[in-house]
Design a binder for this molecule. Structure first.
Ligand code: HAM
Length: 423
């Protein structure tokens, strides 16, 4: 028998519904912040990711699902969403039509990592990208949006880390500064980090090896190496965040695992998740558009991992969101004679948008009601001799156990009123 691939998962019923709910929340909230949806392909030229994410990053070095197509072109499954959005923005020359663009995306991404809790090979992100603004208010606004998004999902116990990686110049001088220290501690670093030191010493900051992390904690803070403009930018972001009442903590060296960042970086983490605790992360990338062949256009954005949001919601005791995959109503016949009447009423309610289910196996009323219970419907509608004659339906409130008669022609209105909170 075939099995799903390592690091990928089937999600059925309730589990699939969680995805749906989170995506719907994202969609609604992002739209109120004037973002519009963008859908890009799952596959891109490998070069796009190498160029943008950076050759020395873990993602490019170890984690891409890459292959050659029949014509020998190098293709990769997308490991993240920012580079494809910028590619689409340039290809469609959107910068010629508007000075500022806001996009959001929802979809699956692929990284060949060692699977563990919160780390999958196929995972899902919801993300936003703003192109065309270098204003610090934009950085603050998207952090605010991320904060509101997590809160709207019932997630409260998370921390917001704010950092800055400065401009290119700041990073170059910082690299030199830490390189001296790293050289003196080279024997304490893992093989990967010793190699990374030569290509991009900043990458040592996101090494997951404990010994390397010890060395990292002894390095100076990137925040102390910022030039005046970058320092001021950070101060303004902080100021806006305070005015928006967003709680945050400064991180001394939040370099992130992708090379395209400039100035602001941030991560929102949920400590109860253990090793893979970052729910949402992003930052500013003022040179990426230019590096991918476009004009100089500043940008920033974030992405959140849906799988991790689901676990965080569970740990928070999951607030109830409207349910889609469970029927709200179960229709029962007291006797097979009334099957047809029940069948037609079921289709009528479905057509009106009220999710309904019934029995097709000719089971007893008791068995039908048991099934209604199992499905967790709110109401059971019962039709027997008396109801059929009087042109009514017996409505049973499954939680309260109460029954009442409702006229056939009023049933839709009745259900709509009672179920308004979930319809
Ligand atoms: P990232 O930090 O690589 O950033 O990923 C963002 C989020 O995606 C992570 O915080 C995590 O929740 C989730 N995630 C990443 N890898 C996995 C995985 N293997 N399994 C489960 N979840 C995962 C980016 O992707 C940037 N494009 C974010 C961004 C947008 N920056 C600017 N704009």
């Amino acid at each position: 028998m075939y099995k799903s691939l390592r690091g990928t998962r089937d999600r059925i019923g309730k589990e699939a519904e969680e995805f749906h709910l989170i995506e719907e929340k994202a969609r609604k909230l992002f739209q109120t912040f004037a973002f519009r949806e963008v859908r890009t392909p799952l596959i891109e030229e490998t070069g796009l990711f190498v160029r943008s994410i950076g050759e020395s990053t873990d993602i490019v070095e170890k984690e891409m699902f890459s292959f050659q197509d029949k014509k020998g072109r190098n293709i990769s499954l997308r490991p993240e969403g920012t580079a494809p959005v910028v590619r689409a923005y340039l290809e469609k020359e959107i910068y010629k039509q508007e000075s500022m663009s806001r996009f959001y995306y929802i979809g699956s991404f692929y990284r060949y990592e060692r699977p563990q809790a919160g780390r999958e090979r196929e995972f899902h992100q919801v993300g936003v990208e703003v192109l065309g603004s270098s204003h610090p208010a934009t950085d603050a606004e998207i952090i605010y949006l991320g904060y509101l998004f997590l809160r709207s999902l019932g997630i409260k116990n998370f921390k917001i880390w704010l950092g800055s990686v400065g401009c290119r110049k700041d990073r170059e001088s910082f690299k030199e500064k830490i390189l001296k220290i790293l050289r003196s501690k080279e024997n304490l670093l893992c093989k990967d980090c010793r190699r990374r030191m030569k290509v991009n010493p900043l990458r040592v900051f996101d090494c997951k090896v404990k010994e390397c992390q010890k060395v990292v904690s002894s390095l100076p803070s990137l925040l102390d190496s910022l030039c005046e403009d970058c320092r001021l930018h950070l101060e303004e972001v902080k100021g806006f965040l305070k005015e928006l009442a967003v709680p945050f903590q400064l991180h001394p060296s939040l370099v992130r695992g992708l090379d395209y960042y400039t100035r602001t970086t941030f991560e929102m983490e949920f400590p109860l998740l253990g090793a893979q605790k970052t729910l949402l992360a992003g930052g500013r990338y003022d040179h990426l558009v230019e590096e991918l062949g476009g004009p100089s256009i500043p940008a920033c954005g974030f992405a959140a991992g849906v799988e991790r949001l689901i676990v965080a919601r569970e740990k928070e005791g999951r607030i109830e969101l409207p349910s889609f995959s469970r029927p709200l109503v179960y229709l029962c016949y007291v006797d097979k004679k009334f099957f047809r009447e029940v069948f037609l009423l079921t289709q009528e309610l479905r057509e009106k948008g009220i999710s309904s289910e019934m029995d097709y196996l000719g089971r007893s009323l008791k068995a039908q009601l048991r099934n209604a219970h199992r499905l967790g419907v709110k109401y059971s509608l019962i039709i027997g001799e008396e109801e059929s004659e009087k042109g009514v339906v017996k409505v049973k409130d499954m939680e309260a156990g109460k029954e009442e008669e409702v006229k056939r022609e009023r049933i839709e209105k009745f259900l709509r009123e009672r179920l308004s909170h979930v319809l």
